[in-house]
Ligand binder design. Structure first.
Ligand code: PMT
Length: 424
């Protein structure tokens, strides 16, 4: 998605670390709803936006009123719904202009070919198109229409013109359309549009940086049905990848097996074992400005992998394990020879002596920063949505982040990365 703003547009930013990634608490968003069968999905989008704290004002076109009632949007947004241009002009301040001025972001979802065509040609003949013309907020269109309308060169030319002017688009997806056709024209999922909205509002302080993030566990196979692993869910590493992407970085996420979907817009490489993770990390490190190793890499693997399932023939058994490569330690040695040297961030998962162990790893692995988390706590570490971490830096300074969501901690870690990159 292009993020160039039309000249003169307002720059609205989310400072992720202060508010958490999905918190839009101080944001005013206009949600324009056009007439189409997908209008009901705008309700779910509104719910996501308000849940994240945004103050949402809904504008409906006359055609939208044929599909859904304003009462639904009014109830969920706790704001009056705007449907008529001239009612508002009767107010003391001109309603649609005031709304256009206050907006941090304007989303039109679903956006019809008709409304996109009118906006592309500067036609402002109802409350929605007039407010679009009057706003300086970034504008995100999520089109939904019949596949033949979508591929029609007239529509495509209008979209292209708006894209050239810096308007943002979340493309429709393929599927069975309400009109009976199969093809591209279905409104993008509300979660996808929400993510693009957060992206449009996020400060791009990592733009131009390439960041490698490792996440999740590794699995060390014993035989075709068994393996050694740990409880890492990938949540911490994926939160970092999403945050870095939203802040404008090129992100390479190298992940062990998890149940999570890769965040939008990241380059995603999956691995199973520590040896596989090592080879992907080493293949890409030279391209990176920052490496963050949030993965829980198994320290040992079985000396041999049985090609067939091991039978339970004896009452007890022994297995010989060999040490896996310490990827971070290798990286620490290797980056000393690179110019410029990537900024290296490790994690320390500790159950005791957090500070001493983290300081030792920071020093021994030649890191710039280490995120020490006490994984003995029930609200921190493996497979939970929150974490408690202390950040330690090469210069001896530290920062205790306390209890936070993993999204918030990701924001805080990246704030320190940004600050240190600026110093370098
Ligand atoms: O995935 P979640 O469920 O969200 O859980 C998050 C987490 C607890 C996995 C994460 O916050 C975390 O602490 N990750 C690091 C886990 C770990 O392996 O810690 P460690 O102290 O054993 O290793 C220190 C560092 O060396 C880590 O950056 C690790 O990635 C790296 N390492 C370790 C061993 C090894 N063979 N190679 C490595 O690169």
């Amino acid at each position: 998605m292009a993020l160039i703003q039309p000249s003169g547009m307002k720059k609205n930013v989310i400072h992720i670390s202060e508010t958490g990634l999905t918190m839009l608490e101080d944001k005013t968003i206009i949600l324009g709803v056009c007439g189409g069968i997908a209008a009901y999905k705008a309700v779910e989008l509104l719910r996501l936006l308000t849940k994240a704290g945004a103050d949402v004002h809904v504008i409906m076109t006359r055609a939208a009123l044929e599909f859904i009632t304003p009462l639904t949007f009014q109830t969920l947004s706790s704001n009056p719904v705007h449907t008529e241009l001239f009612n508002l002009i009767a107010e003391r301040e001109i309603g649609h202009i005031s709304l256009a001025d206050r907006a941090d972001l304007f989303i039109v979802a679903p956006a019809t070919a008709n409304v996109i065509g009118k906006i592309a040609y500067g036609i402002a003949d109802d409350i929605l198109t007039t407010t679009v013309m009057a706003t300086k907020a970034p504008l995100l269109f999520a089109p939904a229409m019949n596949v033949n309308m979508y591929t029609n060169p007239i529509y495509q030319e209008n979209e292209e013109k708006l894209r050239r002017l810096g308007y943002l688009f979340e493309a429709p997806v393929c599927g069975s359309l309400a009109c009976g056709w199969e093809g591209q024209g279905k409104l993008a999922a509300p979660e996808t549009i929400f993510e693009s909205a957060v992206m449009a509002l996020t400060e791009k302080d990592l733009s131009g940086q390439t960041i490698m993030i490792t996440a999740g566990p590794t699995r060390e196979e014993i035989d075709p049905v068994r393996y050694i692993s740990n409880h890492s869910s990938g949540k911490m590493g994926y939160a970092l990848a999403r945050a870095a992407r939203l802040r404008g970085a090129q992100v390479l996420l190298i992940s062990g097996p998890t149940a999570l979907a890769a965040p939008a817009g990241v380059q995603f490489i999956t691995i199973t074992s520590a040896v596989e993770m090592r080879s992907e990390v080493m293949a890409h490190v030279a391209e990176c400005d920052v490496v963050i190793k949030a993965a829980a890499v198994a320290d040992y693997r079985p000396l041999t992998r049985n090609s067939t399932k091991i039978k339970k023939s004896t009452d007890s058994t022994k297995m010989e394990l060999v040490k896996n490569p310490d990827i971070l330690c290798e990286l620490g040695k290797m980056v000393s020879g690179l110019n410029p040297r990537p900024f290296l961030v490790g994690f320390a998962a500790e159950t005791d002596a957090l500070i001493e162990n983290a300081a030792k790893k920071l020093h021994e692995k030649n890191l710039d920063m280490i995120v020490a988390n006490d994984v003995s706590q029930t609200d921190a570490g493996f497979n939970v949505d929150t974490n408690r971490a202390v950040l330690f830096f090469k210069d001896g300074s530290s920062c205790d982040c306390g209890l936070m969501t993993k999204d918030q901690l990701a924001g805080a870690i990246l704030d320190h990365v940004v600050a240190h990159l600026a110093e370098q």
